[in-house]
Design a protein around this ligand. Structure first.
Ligand code: AMP
Length: 404
């Protein structure tokens, strides 16, 4: 990683502004799942152990630039305090006199959490003055541990870095950059990408970029049907993006020209609708007109399993079927098992995107995966070869310190 890490910072006695991702699911004032808070603990403990004074900021939900206490981070401060086993102060506004006074009152190892940065419209506008006011709360040291927000040029992710001396990656961010960075720059081969989900249009750039980097691509989920239909195969009532057929055809032609292994489903599980009780399995070529494909079939699972078992690097994003419905979850769960088994045999596996992460968690296999990416959208942009503004803004190791 060519970016500065929190481990490179001299933080003792200094106020460090740490942008975390505490965007947890809430039920009223109750936190439904505190995974995101727990995931930041190694970064926070490192800063505490090094005698830093921690000023934490995050967004929660989409309050659209207005104060809406439904999206207050106050319950998160209470939970964080339990998890850290130490008090966590809370400032009811992320900028202004109260936040400044509370940040200045911090002693070494103490923690302050600021209220939701998205209560201000200037956050998403990446407003320079707002960024400067955020930076005033620290001693020119910034750490970003919110990989899931790093594809957004927002003030607490990007703008603030212009007003600090050093902007470093937190441990979570560093792990993302290490795993995703290696996959796109120097993967162990064979490198097999597995893509699923609803739409081709969401993942075109990922498909295009991974075709340059990987050795094979396995496509499942609804997005497979646009590719299948572009080859003149029958798809019945399956979800197809008709305006993307030419693009799908061109991608497949390019793959053929370059001898890139683009593996599409050969059979599938069909039903009249996602809610239908009766299902049927057919080869793709035998798809009846009145049914829709909602999961990959056993032959496809076997085909995908073979590719996965031979891989040394695996990147998986998106379910290969309508995984929310148990009748159409088998394919996705089989992929989760195959990816876990390949990882146990020494492959590096990276799983991203809410549904695929849920599938490995549901099958109890999460601990076998080398890296579960915390940012669905951000990891897709990374795999698409885009530069993420929140990462670009971090200080390069070679610069190490800049004058401001
Ligand atoms: P995405 O957000 O693009 O990763 O898409 C995830 C969604 O794709 C999930 O809600 C799945 O239910 C849906 N999906 C996957 N396969 C199919 C399919 N064959 N037909 C309809 N929806 C699907």
């Amino acid at each position: 990683m060519n970016k500065l890490s929190i481990r490179d910072l001299e933080m003792s006695g200094k106020r460090v502004f740490i942008r975390v991702d505490f965007n947890v699911p809430m039920d009223g004032a109750k936190i439904e799942d505190d995974t995101r808070i727990r995931e930041t603990l190694p970064t926070l403990r490192l800063a505490i152990d090094r005698g830093a004074r921690l000023v934490l900021a995050s967004h929660l939900g989409r309050p659209k630039g207005k104060i809406d206490l439904k999206y207050s981070l106050a319950p998160v401060a209470a939970r964080l305090s339990e998890l850290l086993g130490r008090p966590v102060a809370f400032a009811g506004d992320c900028v202004g006199a109260d936040a400044e006074a509370k940040s200045k009152a911090l002693r070494d190892g103490e923690v302050l959490l600021l209220e939701n940065v998205r209560f201000h419209p200037q956050e998403e506008a990446n407003d320079p003055e707002f960024s400067r006011r955020l930076a005033q709360l620290c001693d020119q040291l910034f750490v970003c541990d919110a990989f899931g927000s790093s594809h957004r040029a927002h003030a607490s992710v990007v703008g603030i870095t212009k007003f600090v001396r050093q902007a470093a990656a937190g441990l979570l961010m560093e792990k993302e950059l290490t795993y995703l960075g290696k996959a796109v720059s120097n993967p162990d081969r064979p490198f097999v990408a597995i893509l699923g989900g609803a739409k081709v249009s969401d993942k075109i750039e990922v498909v295009q970029n991974l075709m340059k980097l990987a050795d094979a691509m396995l496509i499942g989920g609804a997005m497979a049907y646009t590719f299948l239909k572009s080859q003149g195969l029958p798809v019945g009532k399956s979800l197809v993006e008709n305006d993307k057929l030419d693009l799908a055809r061109n991608l497949l032609e390019e793959a053929r020209r370059r001898k890139f292994r683009f593996v599409l489903p050969v059979d599938h599980v069909l039903a009249e609708s996602p809610d239908s009780a009766s299902t049927r399995v057919t080869d793709i070529a035998q798809t009846p007109e009145n049914l829709m494909g909602l999961d990959i079939g056993p032959k496809t699972i076997a085909l995908f399993n073979q590719e996965i078992a031979a891989a040394r690097t695996l990147v998986w994003n998106g379910p290969v079927g309508m995984f929310e419905k148990p009748a159409f979850a088998q394919g996705t769960l089989a992929i989760a098992r195959a990816v876990a088994a390949a990882s146990a045999a020494g492959a590096t596996s990276i799983v991203g995107g809410g549904d695929s992460v849920a599938a490995v968690e549901r099958s109890g296999l999460a601990s076998k995966i080398s890296h579960i990416s915390t940012g669905g959208g951000a990891s897709l942009e990374f795999l698409a070869g885009k530069k993420l503004p929140g990462i670009e803004a971090l200080t390069n190791k070679s610069e190490s310190r800049k004058e401001i």
